[in-house]
Ligand binder design. Sequence first.
Ligand SMILES: C[S@@+](CC[C@H](N)C(=O)[O-])C[C@H]1O[C@@H](n2cnc3c(N)ncnc32)[C@H](O)[C@@H]1O
Length: 360
Amino acid sequence: MPNQPTRARTGVMTPDGFYGRHAQTQGGAAGLGLPLLLRAAAALHLNGTPLQLADLGCAQGTNALVPMGALIDALRARGTQPVSVVHTDLPTNDWATLFHVLETDPRSYLRHHADVYASVVGRSFYERLFPPDSLSIAWTSSALHWLSRVPGTIPDHFFVHRSADRAARDAYRRQSESDWTTFLGHRCQELRPSAGLVWVDVLRRDDDTMGAEALFDCLESALRAARDAGTITAGEYATMVYPTWFRSLGEFRAPFTPHFMGPSGATLQLEELEPVELPDPFLESWRISGDADAYGRAQAAFLQGFLEPSFQDALKTRPPEIARGILTSLFSDTARRIAQDPPAVSPRYHLVRGRVTRVA
Ligand SMILES: C[S@@+](CC[C@H](N)C(=O)[O-])C[C@H]1O[C@@H](n2cnc3c(N)ncnc32)[C@H](O)[C@@H]1O
C-alpha cells in the first residue's frame, strides 16, 4: 500500500501521552514561574467581567495544571468571576491526551474550582489567537524557543547552538529575532490593559552555554553512528534538526526600547527578566539506586518526548514502520551512551523567567 501523506509534525511533542510522562524537566521549569504568575495576578485590574487565561504551547497539559491552579487560586482570592482557561498549541498537538489529563489528573484545576471552563485553540502562537483586549493573563513555559518554521538543514549537529556552521546559526538567529517580535505583537493586542504575560524558557548564557550540552551530544553521537552505519542517509541526518533558538538575555530584551509597542499602538512593559538554574530531576534517583541504565532511559525518553516528531518528518519518505524502527534504535543507542557516565552528562539547565504587563 502506498504511504499516506501525513501532516508535518515538526514542533509538536511525541503523542499518546509520551511527552507528558517524560516531561519532569519541563515540569520543574514551569514551577519556577509561579512567583511571577502570582505577581501578574496581583497587578491585574479586576472589573467584574469573566477572566480569560491562556496557556500557550500547552502540549498534553500535564505541566499546566499546577501553574493554572495557582493562578486561579490567586485570582479567586480577589473575586469570584468565572474563569476561562484556553490551552493553545499547534493543530497536530496530542489534544486527546490534553482533554484526558484535564478531566482525570488529580491536580487538574477543573477538579478544584467551580465556574472554571477549559477550551483549546489549535493554532500557532505566531498568529493571532484571541480578540483584542480579551486576555487577563497569558502563560507559556518551555515553548518560546520553538521557531515558527525550520530555517534550514544543519550539516554538523541536530542542535544549532552546537553547530560550527555560520550560515545555519545566522538563519536560526534571524528567525528567532523575527518570531519574538511577532509573538509580542500578537500578545500586545490580545492582552487587556494591566494584563500580564509570564514565561519560563531556556536561556543561552553569555558563554554560549545552556547547560545540557553533554546530554545533547550523546544524541548527536547516536545520530552520527546511524549515519556512518548507513541506517540514515547524509541528507536525512542534516534534516534531523531541533528547530529552536535558545535566546540570550539580550535577545529577550531587544524588542523593549524601553517599552515594546505593537502594531495597534498597545504597549508592553518588561517588568522582570531573571536567569534561573534548574537541576537535573533524574540524577537523585541514580544516586540512590546506582541504576545507570534507568538513568539513561529516563534522559533518552525526555529527549525523545520533544524531538521524535521533528525527526520523524526528516524520515517522511520511509515507510512508517521503518522510520519507527530507526527512531527506536536511535533513542536506545542514546540511552546506552548516557548510561555510560551519568554524572558526566547530567545537565544543569540555564533558564529564564520573565513577565511583561500591558501598560497602554
Ligand atoms: C517542550 S513543550 C512544552 C509544553 C508545556 N508548556 C510544558 O511546560 O510541558 C513545547 C510546546 O510548544 C508547542 N509549540 C511549538 N511551536 C509552537 C507554535 N508555533 N505555536 C504553538 N505552540 C507551539 C509544541 O507543540 C509543544 O507542545
